[in-house]
Design a protein. Structure first.
Length: 105
């Protein structure tokens, strides 16, 4: 098959697949223009978080230890391959998300 035709078909397929994603967005991303925000209940008082729980602290520590171990393993031979860099970036992103979720008020 010609590479130009194959590229055109793959591009068209990708566009069709991503078109459905925007339609299927979850309701939590819907903007009510000030009715109530993400962390606020529709009625009643907003409860603020006082800090992180011991369970969340343990999760964060475990995630940090896993990230450090992954970095040590990747740097053991002195070079970081492309696949190792992707794994480290994904682990850093997961850890940052976990920390942000734990400290969210």
């Amino acid at each position: 098959m010609n590479t130009k035709i194959k590229t055109a078909l793959l591009t068209a397929g990708a566009l069709v697949m991503t078109a459905g994603v925007s339609v299927a967005a979850p309701a939590k991303y819907h903007n009510d223009y000030g009715k109530h925000g993400y962390g606020k209940p529709a009625y009643g008082k907003v409860v603020k978080k006082k800090g992180i729980s011991p369970f969340e602290r343990a999760q964060i520590n475990r995630s940090a230890a896993n990230l450090a171990a992954l970095k040590r393993k990747a740097l053991r031979d002195g070079k970081i391959s492309f696949a190792e860099r992707i794994m480290i970036n994904n682990a850093e992103r997961r850890h940052a998300t976990l920390v942000a979720r734990a400290y969210r008020t």
